[in-house]
Ligand binder design. Structure first.
Ligand SMILES: [Zn+2]
Length: 152
């Protein structure tokens, strides 16, 4: 049985299409047209934030910090990396970004996503960069509205 909507993000999944398929379609657009690669960090972040079980609890918290930094401060990935080096550098950090048996990311409050990977794919390759930027803003707003950006 194929669910018609993604259990994590609510994206429609017609004909057995999964969010993983959408993710790979977007990666393909980036590989095909290097100009699309400028939003790669937002693609990876939005996709994982909407499927938080892929993150550890600590990874999810870091993902939320990154989203706010990208959307609110409009910082480029290079600057984010410089700032968060001590916290995130894999040589120093004691926690995993990805989910482990002991630590799986989950939101404290349910989130109603207004935009998903399905919307970005439906908007087509010519609109890809604008769509991903809109996706990041929509994700940030949905996380704020659901109370998941307050407190630590
Ligand atoms: Zn999904």
């Amino acid at each position: 049985m194929t669910p018609s909507h993604c259990p994590a993000c609510g994206a429609p999944q017609p004909d057995g299409t999964t969010c993983d398929d959408y993710f790979h379609q977007m990666l393909y657009w980036e590989a095909e047209n290097p100009a699309n690669g400028v939003v790669h960090h937002l693609l990876v972040l939005c996709y994982h934030l909407q499927h938080p079980h892929l993150y550890s609890r600590e990874g999810l918290a870091e993902g939320l910090r990154l989203l706010v930094a990208f959307v609110d401060e409009n910082l480029p990935p290079s600057e984010i990396r410089r700032r968060s080096r001590d916290r995130v550098d894999s040589g120093k950090r004691t926690w995993n970004i990805k989910a482990t048996a002991e630590s799986v990311g989950a939101y404290r409050h349910p989130v109603t996503w207004t935009m998903t990977a399905a919307d970005v794919v439906a908007a087509g390759e010519p609109n890809y960069c604008a769509s991903v930027r809109a996706w990041a803003r929509a994700a940030r707003d949905a996380l704020q509205a659901s109370g998941n950006l307050d407190a630590k």
